[in-house]
Design a protein around this ligand. Structure first.
Ligand code: 5GP
Length: 138
């Protein structure tokens, strides 16, 4: 399986389609998931190409995990969450839909289930939530 440079997240990285950016450093980029399963649901991706966990380099994984930890703290602060769920899917059989490595960061409150996948967010709400997270990123 090879990397497709025209996947949606590659286009987001190139600025060809918009995203609500939350954080970036030399190695990683973070933005709001457009179909959030929890308020504050965001995606952490490497800036360099790889399909998923299976072909990622140790350096890509290290960078993405460090940013995932940073964003976990940020979304918990921003939404007063008590916990965080990290999800990551690999290949079609593993539930992957976009073929650029990404980690889902989902702030959680006790007893509140994740919403079902596939419902598009209201863009004004997503923008306001993004601003809260940006303010909370250390
Ligand atoms: P996965 O590949 O991990 O199964 O899911 C891909 C994720 O990307 C989904 O949660 C979906 O809501 C999100 N997604 C798909 N297309 C876009 C997009 O164009 N922009 C953003 N921000 N998120 C997207």
């Amino acid at each position: 399986m090879s990397y497709d440079p025209d996947n949606i997240f590659a286009k987001i990285l190139r600025g060809e389609i918009p995203s609500f950016k939350l954080y970036e450093d030399d190695e990683t980029y973070v933005f709001m998931d457009i179909m959030p399963r929890a308020d504050g649901h965001c995606l952490v991706i490497p800036k360099t190409p790889c399909r998923n966990l299976l072909d990622a380099s140790p350096a890509q994984l290290a960078a993405v995990m460090a940013t995932t930890q940073r964003m976990s703290h940020a979304v918990m602060r921003a939404f007063g969450a008590e916990g965080v769920t990290i999800q990551q899917f690999n290949e079609d059989a593993g539930g992957q839909e976009v073929y650029h490595l990404h980690f889902h960061v989902l702030p959680r409150h006790a007893g509140v289930a994740l919403r079902p996948p596939g419902t598009m967010a209201d863009m004004d709400v997503l923008k306001a939530q993004a601003e809260k997270i940006v303010a909370a990123v250390g």
